[in-house]
Design a protein around this ligand. Structure first.
Ligand code: ATP
Ligand code: MG
Length: 622
């Protein structure tokens, strides 16, 4: 690297520098959004290598998403002017790190995805007398596994054991098992500890019990444990994360050095002072966060008639902001142009509480010709043909994965129950024979001859062709035309060059890892659509936060009984993604949280003061 310590540190404030230089065995940086935690973590890694002579292979960084891991690598590559250095580091999510170590040790690791888990849950529940939905059951089993309690609630024990038994019958692990199995490996020291001398963890507030245990295991061979996070942004309580992990850290590492950062570099004071009251209502110390940016435009709260008019407004407003002239508003545009910057599409994000809200927005964006990308898990992944195509390619990459083959056969050969059982039985026998065997066995299976031909054909293509090409040709071979869910899958695949990483992202990716294009190709950048959960850690100059309504924020549904403090943190996370412009939209019944926003930072003149609302959207100021 060409930089010196002084210019690496020069970009940081004194507290951030302290965090980079700290040499205690355990260090925690606890600080609010936009205070440069992630920036500090990356600078620390660069500093360790450049100025402390640490070997890159001794460094592990745990990020919350694969995308964050990718960005971290990119920023380090840019800093070092080389890709060699980061390649030697371990940078990834808990799941990808565990998968990497387990795959090195075991012959093959087969994972079931959430839909396969659901199928197994349904099967199990059929034979048990429990008044739980399959999803509730899975949530319960995950809570039990990740909390690593010795015993499950007794009425569920039989069902849990059946579920685990089914998994081991198909030789597969679910997401939780992946972490647990790896953790056991490190406990028994059968997995190596190379790479954990310098362990850095981002978004520490959202780790769950098993992830905490992994950190403890790794830190046995650690010279420097460095965790950063913000308890006020803890939003995965429903998945078993517990922000009390910070105080546990103090117990487990009595010499823990605590560093706080108070300067917020991301948002204007208007945005910060509107967001802070959301969490000051929660228990805890007084939160201090100082805006570094000068005053900007007020936060806008807009009241629409319906979610449709919200979506129409957003689409038109985005076009206005990128410089398109709306004829209706042409006479008010001149003054405005001086005040507003011209934005690009990639400056903007539209955030919402539930995936379902995205559909209407997509329609309106398409109507207005706005390029966009949607992040997150989507219902189309449950579609039978989508599952068939994924099963097909998974089986080619991992011929031990009989569950995937069956998944795929179902759609075309309607694979009767007896064939399925026979197939499974035969597979069990074949295992752990070498993987080529799987194909030989299929040859002897008359009804599967055609499938075998296809499998063989794609087996050579899978290493050369892009996921998009593979999927498009599979769709033809399978004779499924005009199938919207498959088109969506293709729109997701274009972000990947190879099938294997694409399948792994689908399987283990977090919300913001799973990107789907709006269906057009463009160079001009794209607007990002995502849930509040998916927006964690990210920042955008302009944020539209829509559906700020009762029932959505906080979310009240049968599946999710509202946990008010967590819902407040989630709304806070969403608001603090904005750097310059924050626009909150509400229709029907406004969210009760809105009344906590002090009106002095909110636009209080009618929309017409800035620009005349177009008649069709009928937006009025809240
Ligand atoms: P979050 O809690 O949302 O993850 P964070 O604390 O990780 O936020 P970063 O994303 O690291 O914050 O930084 C927020 C923004 O502030 C980034 O654009 C970053 O470049 C900028 N920033 C951080 N520190 C400084 C600094 N010392 N000087 C100028 N800009 C800074
Ligand atoms: Mg961050």
């Amino acid at each position: 690297g060409s930089s010196t310590a002084s210019n690496l540190l020069a970009e940081l404030n004194p507290e951030q520098q302290e965090a980079v230089l700290a040499s205690e065995p355990a260090i925690a940086v606890i600080a609010g959004p936009g205070t440069g935690k992630t920036k500090t973590l990356i600078s620390r890694i660069a500093y360790l290598v450049e100025h402390q002579g640490v070997n890159p292979s001794e460094i592990t960084a745990v990020t919350f998403t694969n995308k964050a891991a990718g960005e971290m690598k990119e920023r380090l590559d840019a800093h070092f002017h080389s890709k060699q250095i980061t390649r030697a580091m371990t940078i990834g999510t808990f799941h990808s790190i565990c998968l990497q170590f387990l795959s090195n040790q075991l012959e093959a690791v087969t994972l079931v995805d959430e839909y396969e888990s659901l199928d197994i849950a349904k099967e199990v529940l059929l034979s048990c007398d429990l008044s739980l939905s399959p999803r509730q059951f899975l949530r319960a089993i995950s809570t039990w596994k990740c909390h690593m309690e010795r015993e499950a609630p007794s009425e569920l024990m039989d069902a849990f054991l059946l579920y685990q038994q089914r998994l081991s019958q198909i030789g597969a692990l679910d997401f939780d098992d992946l972490l647990i199995k790896a953790w056991e490996g490190w406990q028994k020291e059968s997995l190596p500890f190379d790479g954990f001398a310098y362990l850095c963890v981002d978004e520490f507030q959202d780790i769950n019990e098993i992830q905490y245990q992994l950190i403890r295991s790794w830190s046995r061979h650690c010279k420097g444990l460095f965790v950063i996070g913000d308890p006020d942004q803890s939003i995965y309580g429903f998945r078993g994360s517990d922000s009390r992990c910070f105080s546990r850290l103090t117990d487990d590492f009595p010499s823990l050095r605590l560093i706080r950062l108070l300067q917020n570099y991301r948002s204007t004071p208007e945005i910060l002072y509107s967001a802070l009251p959301m969490i000051s209502q929660n228990e805890g110390p007084i939160r201090e966060l100082r805006p570094w940016k000068p005053s900007g435009s007020p936060v806008r709260i807009l009241m629409a008639e319906s979610d449709l008019s919200e979506a129409i407004f957003i689409a038109k407003e985005i076009n206005r902001m990128v410089g398109g002239i709306d004829m209706l508003d042409a006479h008010t545009q001149n003054n405005q142009a001086e005040q507003d910057h011209i934005r690009s599409f990639s400056d903007m994000a539209i955030l919402y509480r539930t995936h379902r809200q995205g559909d209407m927005l997509e329609r309106c964006l398409r109507q207005e010709g706005i390029p966009y990308v949607v992040a997150g898990r989507d219902d189309f992944l449950a579609d039978e043909f989508v599952r068939a195509s994924l099963g097909f390619f998974r089986f080619i990459l991992n011929p031990g994965d009989i569950a995937s083959l069956i998944q795929c056969l179902q759609t075309r050969w309607k694979c009767p129950e007896d064939i399925r059982h026979a197939l499974r039985a035969q597979w069990m026998e074949a295992l752990p024979a070498n993987q080529g065997d799987a194909f030989v066995r299929l040859q002897n299976w008359e009804p599967l001859r055609e499938c075998l031909r296809l499998l063989q054909f794609y087996r050579t293509k899978i290493v050369e062709d892009s996921p998009r090409t593979l999927l498009e040709s599979w769709i033809q071979d399978w004779n499924v035309t005009d199938h919207e869910p498959l088109q969506r899958l293709i729109n997701m695949s274009i972000f990947h060059d190879r099938m294997e990483p694409f399948l792994q992202t689908l399987l283990l990716g977090e919300e913001s890892d799973l990107l789907r294009s709006g269906g057009r190709t463009y160079d001009a950048g794209t607007v990002t659509l995502m849930t509040l959960h998916g927006s964690k850690g990210l920042e955008f100059p302009v944020v539209f936060l829509c559906g700020v309504n009762k029932g959505l924020i906080p979310l009240e549904s049968a599946q999710h009984p509202a946990d008010i403090p967590e819902e407040r943190r989630l709304f806070y996370v969403g608001m603090t993604r904005a750097k310059e412009d924050l626009i909150l939209l509400t229709s029907s019944d406004p969210s009760p949280f809105l009344s906590d926003i002090p009106m002095d930072h909110v636009q209080s003149s009618p929309v017409a003061g800035r620009r005349r609302p177009s008649c069709e959207t009928q937006l009025s100021l809240f």
